[in-house]
Design a protein around this ligand. Structure first.
Ligand code: CA
Length: 441
C-alpha cells in the first residue's frame, strides 16, 4: 500500500453529532460523505444532498445558511443534477468535503449549526433518491478479466479471451437514456433470440436468459475538450466519484445480435446505478496496486502506463450480490448472497480507462457515466453474473427455500452492495443498487 494524500476527513476517530453516522456497520459515516440528488414529497424539487448515517444533509439549505465554501457557485447547488457541482473538479469537491465534515463533526460544529438540524437534515428513508447526474454519455468497459474469460467461454468458446484483450481496454457505448436509479423496476425486454438450429429463423419474444452484471460505475468531473487527450498521469483527477452499477443483460438477444458490432438491444433496455456517488477522495484509503501482470503478459503501452497509477490506481472494494425471489419475500425470508467479489480483480484501472477513452480526442463531459465491466474473481464464488454462476444456464443455483435459478424470473430482486474496509480506517459503503424484474409488456 503506497502513501496517498490523506487528511483530517479520513480520520477514523472522527465522530458526527448525527448519531446514526457513528454505527460502525453503517455505510455513511462522517468519513464517507457521498453526493446524491434527493427530494422529499412529490411537490419537492430534486436537489443535491450528502448522505450522513440514515440522514441526508440538504446542500441547498446548508448553502443558504452559509455553511458551504464561499467559492461554491450558487448554480452548483441549486440544481436537479450534480453535473455543475462535479464539473468544478476534485479541488472544489475536496473543499466541500472539508466544510461539510466540519459542519457534521461532533466536536467542531457549534450549537448554532445543530440548532438548524431540522432544516439541514432529512430522513433518508422518507426521501426519494434520483439519478445523481444528467448523463450525456454512458460507456461500459470490459475490464474484468475473469469475467471476460468465463463469459467468453460461453459466448465465443473458440476464442474466449480476445487477442487484443491485454493491450486494449475494450468497451462499448452504452445507452445513457435508460440508466435508472436503484429501486426502479426492470422490465423484461422483448427481442430476437438465436435460431434453434443453423438455417432456421430466429425466435422472437420475451428474453429467456435475463441476467445481471456486477460492476462499478464512475462519473466524469471536469471532462476534456474534443480533440484533446487526458494523460494517464492526471486521468484519476477526472473522476468525481464511484457508485455501483448493474448492467442488465439479455444473454439470448446478446448472443444473436452482437457480432460483429457488439451488444445493442441486449443491454440498452436498462442499467441500474446506486444513488450515491462516493467521492474519489473518500476512497483514497482504499486504493491498491493495479492487478499484477505475469511476466508473459505485455506491459501497457506508454499512454496507459503511469508508475503511480500502477502502484495505487486500483481499488479494494468488497462487492456482493443478493437475490430475493417473490416466494422468499412472501414467506419473510431474507435475501441470500449469491456471490461476492472485489474491484481489485479489474485488469485495467479507472485512470487507464479514462486515458484510453480520450486518446483519440474523444471528449468526456461532466456527469458522463463509465462502467468498469463485470467484476468476477478467480474462484467460483466470485463470478459476477448468472451466465458465469450457472455455466451458461447448465448448472442452476439452489436457493435455501428449494427454488432454483439459471437466469432471472419475474419478481426476482437483485441487490448489489459495496463496502471498503481497511485496518486503521473507518469502513465506508456504497448503499444499495437494487431492482426487481417485471414481466414484458
Ligand atoms: Ca457490462
Amino acid at each position: 500500500m503506497t502513501a496517498v494524500p490523506l487528511n483530517e476527513t479520513h480520520d477514523p476517530a472522527r465522530k458526527s453529532w448525527v448519531e446514526s453516522a457513528n454505527d460502525p456497520a453503517g455505510d455513511f459515516p462522517i468519513q464517507n460523505l457521498p453526493l446524491g440528488i434527493f427530494s422529499c414529497g412529490s411537490e419537492d424539487a430534486p436537489r443535491p444532498g450528502i448522505a450522513i448515517g440514515d440522514q441526508i444533509l440538504d446542500l441547498v439549505e446548508a448553502h443558504k445558511l452559509g455553511l458551504l465554501p464561499n467559492s461554491l457557485p450558487e448554480e452548483a447547488v441549486h440544481s436537479s443534477s450534480l453535473n455543475a457541482l462535479i464539473s468544478l473538479g476534485q479541488p472544489a469537491l475536496s473543499q466541500l468535503r472539508r466544510h461539510v465534515g466540519e459542519v457534521l463533526d461532533a466536536h467542531q460544529s457549534g450549537e448554532g449549526v445543530r440548532s438548524h438540524a431540522t432544516r439541514l437534515l432529512h430522513e433518508m428513508s422518507a426521501c426519494k433518491l434520483h439519478r445523481p447526474t444528467s448523463i450525456s454519455n454512458y460507456t461500459d468497459f470490459y475490464a474484468g478479466i475473469y469475467h471476460a474469460i468465463a463469459a467468453g467461454a460461453q459466448l465465443t468458446p473458440d476464442d474466449p479471451l480476445p487477442t487484443n484483450y491485454k493491450w486494449v481496454p475494450i468497451a462499448y457505448h452504452g445507452r445513457a437514456s435508460s440508466v435508472q436509479v436503484s429501486g426502479a423496476m426492470v422490465r423484461r425486454p422483448l427481442g430476437q433470440r438465436p435460431p434453434k438450429s443453423r438455417g432456421e429463423a430466429p425466435g422472437f419474444g420475451p428474453c429467456e436468459r435475463l441476467d445481471f452484471e456486477l460492476e462499478i460505475g464512475f462519473y466524469v468531473g471536469t471532462g476534456n475538450p474534443q480533440g484533446t487527450s487526458v494523460q494517464i498521469g492526471s486521468a484519476s483527477k477526472q473522476i468525481a466519484g464511484f457508485s455501483l452499477l448493474n448492467d442488465w443483460s439479455a444473454r439470448d438477444i446478446q448472443r444473436w445480435e452482437m457480432f460483429p458490432l457488439g451488444p445493442f438491444l441486449s443491454k440498452s433496455f436498462a442499467t441500474t446505478v446506486s444513488p450515491w456517488i462516493v467521492t474519489a477522495e473518500a476512497l483514497l484509503p482504499f486504493r491498491v496496486p493495479a492487478l499484477a501482470r505475469r511476466a508473459d503478459e505485455p506491459n501497457p503501452l506508454p499512454y496507459l502506463f503511469d508508475s503511480e497509477d500502477q502502484e495505487s490506481g486500483a481499488f479494494d472494494i468488497g462487492l456482493r450480490v443478493l437475490l430475493s425471489t417473490e416466494k422468499m419475500r412472501e414467506r419473510g425470508d431474507l435475501a441470500v448472497e449469491i456471490l461476492n467479489s472485489n474491484s481489485r480483480h479489474l485488469y485495467w484501472t479507472p485512470a487507464q480507462m479514462v486515458a484510453h477513452h480520450t486518446v483519440n480526442g474523444c471528449n468526456l463531459l461532466p456527469g458522463d457515466l463509465i462502467g468498469t465491466g463485470t467484476i468476477s474473481g478467480p474462484t467460483n464464488a466470485e463470478l459476477g453474473s448468472m451466465l458465469e454462476l450457472t455455466v451458461g444456464g447448465q448448472q442452476p443455483i439452489n436457493l435455501p427455500n428449494g427454488e432454483r435459478r439459471t437466469f432471472l424470473l419475474e419478481g426476482d430482486e437483485v441487490t448489489l452492495q459495496g463496502r471498503c474496509e481497511r485496518t486503521g480506517f473507518a469502513s465506508i459503503g456504497f448503499g444499495s443498487c437494487a431492482a426487481t424484474i417485471v414481466a414484458s409488456p
